[in-house]
Design a protein. Structure first.
Length: 674
């Protein structure tokens, strides 16, 4: 609703020296607002007649009765200057602005446009604030009537349009206020009143809707995934555009693909260089495919460390070579694909599982087969519910899938199949936990040896396998463990404060690895001093023996723990911080390789090798730097297949869509049968 500026025209008729009706010097006028009349006296004031009651106004003074009407709209918080004159400190109940002085000043706060902003609505406001502003407008209108400053509310299509009404009758169809009545002997006094109204929120909402439609059109036309809007970079971009200065112009196509890419490269490279300056303190790991052993042979201070995640995946692949494990995986994979590849069966499972789905195995990561079996076992009851429902009939699948339908039905009802899955899962339970641990970006090199040792011990104590099965599984684990265990794993365990109570110095393999590492960097002149520091670590003497230090061994990263509590061992501390801050897997680097696919596609662009390499450098290092600078949270761990959302829909939406499709199929099936 638009604002209108109206004018109240007051006609002053001069009737000569004698005046009008025997009242010398008195001038009469009439206002159209509410039929209020007033007369101007010799003293310069005016008498307003409102509802038959005549009061003085216009001389800047407020009577006691009218001051009460003003005060009720303010909260008095104290006195101001001359108390005997009625000066008070007040706060407006509608705009929270302080007003100091007499009741007349408080009155002017409402009646003067530039002082009170209760009606200046410029956007969408909360319901409570909207209610306060409406009350403020009502108070302003009330005070205007009491003070003789009333004005009609109106609207017009043109903000500057002025209209008049003859004879004091307001034309409601034109929505104006005022009276214009002139005679040749009359002069006109124009009293300008700014007529305002709260802007209609519908107009603001429509503007917001048009803006959102532009975003929707871009997402729809360019096939942008909705998950993109979950990115923190999306929010940063939108907020930056909303707060951009008026003259901002975004980069066009040529500038974005040339100049801006290089600017980003320089900015990211500068931050990466700052990170590289810390390498003398934290050390680093380099990924060298197929040449790690060669580098280790030429440089005695460099150790080759196999990727722990890849070694564990090879253990799972070796497990599948066992007959009873391979058969269980094959049957489970058949059931999983049946519930994921056939749309109606998948909808039925979504309905009974409340939106949960079976994880799909990956072709390049064999461990995902065991992850699939865990998700399949977790959906045992929903799978049984699918089979016992009225919709489970051969017609739910294509005729070519009837044989598969029968096999899957038999597998689900077969208790032996469930027992076989549970037995296979026991072989991978602890290994999957370790795989999830080392598949992240954090320092994990000191945790591998102890976790592998614990896995072997639990396997020997397990009651799910026969002795022959235990020996076969243990042989596979030990063979891969020997391959993936370099001296650095032994050293990291020896120096990890979490495992110090287990006395690792009594294990010959760990001690041999420790001395191999020590002599690779320690100079002969420092042997005695380093030996003293090692004895202090083994015997448990020094600052690290305090209760606070013992408590933090389970909550703090080992490298940070050494940096905090071992300042009295400068030689050993420097080397240990280098070692314990490293990871044990190359999964992060392999994720870097996969960046080429989403960045470069011949269907979308034709990037050269240099430009493609620059984009990958920018993207990966930007995420890396943000990861290192932000505060870690509980949900920062890398998500696996079973943790990730399969679609952009929520579970409730997936169930609703599944029910809709099932309803259509049921109706079609009933028509066919009928």
């Amino acid at each position: 609703m638009r604002r209108v500026r109206t004018e109240v025209r007051v006609e002053v008729r001069h009737e000569g020296q004698g005046g009008l009706g025997g009242h010398s010097g008195r001038e009469w006028g009439r206002r159209a607002a509410g039929g209020t009349t007033f007369e101007e006296t010799r003293e310069g004031g005016r008498l307003a007649e409102i509802g038959g009651k005549r009061e003085r106004w216009g001389d800047g003074r407020t009577t006691k009765s009218r001051s009460e009407a003003v005060k009720k709209h303010f909260t008095e918080v104290g006195d101001s200057s001359r108390v005997d004159k009625g000066n008070k400190q007040r706060i407006c109940n509608y705009c929270d602005k302080p007003v100091a002085g007499t009741a007349s000043r408080a009155r002017d706060h409402f009646l003067t446009r530039s002082r009170c902003d209760v009606e200046r609505l410029r956007g969408v406001v909360p319901r409570e604030e909207y209610s306060r502003r409406v009350k403020g407008l009502a108070a302003r209108s009330e005070l205007g009537v009491v003070m003789g400053e009333t004005a009609e509310l109106g609207s017009s299509e043109d903000d500057n349009e002025q209209q008049t009404v003859e004879g004091g009758v307001v034309d409601r169809s034109k929505s104006v206020a005022g009276l214009h009545h002139e005679t040749p002997q009359s002069s006109t006094v124009v009293v300008g009143l700014r007529q305002t109204m709260i802007e209609d929120s519908v107009v603001v909402i429509m503007v917001h809707e048009q803006t959102q439609r532009a975003v929707d059109n871009w997402i729809t036309a360019e096939c942008i995934p909705f998950n993109m809007m979950r990115s923190k970079y999306w929010d940063k971009m939108v907020h930056a555009l909303m707060n951009a200065p008026k003259g901002f112009r975004y980069a066009k196509f040529e500038s974005a693909r040339t100049k801006r890419v290089e600017v980003t490269r320089g900015r990211v490279a500068k931050r990466v260089e700052e990170l590289r300056q810390e390498w003398p303190t934290t050390s680093c790991i380099l990924q060298l495919d197929a040449v790690g052993r060669m580098v280790e042979a030429d440089h005695l201070h460099i150790f080759s460390v196999p990727c722990t995640a890849h070694s564990l995946d090879l253990i799972f692949e070796s497990f599948a070579q066992i007959t009873w494990v391979g058969e269980a995986i094959k049957r489970a994979s058949e059931v999983a694909k049946f519930f994921t590849n056939l749309s109606r069966v998948r909808d039925l499972l979504l309905y009974y599982s409340n939106g949960s789905v079976v994880a799909k195995p990956s072709a390049t990561r064999f461990a995902t087969n065991f992850i699939m079996m865990w998700s399949l076992q977790g959906l045992y009851l929903p799978r049984r519910a699918c089979l016992t429902g009225d919709d489970w009939k051969p017609a739910i699948v294509h005729t070519s899938q009837h044989e598969l339908f029968v096999r899957v039905t038999h597998s689900i009802f077969d208790d032996t199949f469930r027992a076989d899955i549970e037995k296979v899962l026991q072989t991978s339970k602890n290994l999957l936990k370790l795989l999830k641990k080392v598949d992240d970006m954090g320092p994990t090199i000191s945790k591998v040896y102890a976790r592998m040792d614990s896995i072997v011990e639990k396997l020997r104590e397990s009651g799910h396998f026969t002795e022959a099965e235990k020996e076969e599984l243990e042989a596979i684990i030990m063979r891969r463990w020997n391959t993936m265990t370099p001296p650095l794993h032994c050293v990291a365990l020896f120096l990890d404060p979490e495992y110090r109570a287990s006395r690792p110095e009594s294990d010959a393999e760990i001690v041999d690895g420790f001395w191999t590492w020590l002599y690779s960097w320690c100079k002969e002149v420092a042997y005695r001093e380093v030996d003293t520091e090692i004895c202090s670590w083994i015997e448990g003497t020094g600052r690290h023996t305090t209760e606070n230090a013992r408590t933090q061994t389970h909550t703090m990263q080992p490298a940070r723990w050494w940096r905090k509590w071992y300042s009295d061992m400068p030689i050993l501390q420097k080397q240990v911080v280098w070692l314990l801050g490293q990871g044990s897997s190359s999964s992060s680097c392999e994720r870097n390789w996969s960046l080429f696919e989403p960045i470069h596609s011949r269907l979308c662009n034709n990037l050269g090798a240099v430009k493609l390499s620059t984009l990958v450098f920018n993207r990966w290092n930007q995420h890396l730097l943000d990861f290192l600078t932000k505060k870690p949270k509980a949900d920062d761990a890398a998500k696996w297949e079973e943790d990730e959302t399969v679609e952009d829909l929520t579970r409730d939406e997936m169930v609703s869509d599944a029910l809709l499709r099932l309803g259509e199929w049921r109706a079609h099936y009933q028509e066919t049968e009928g």
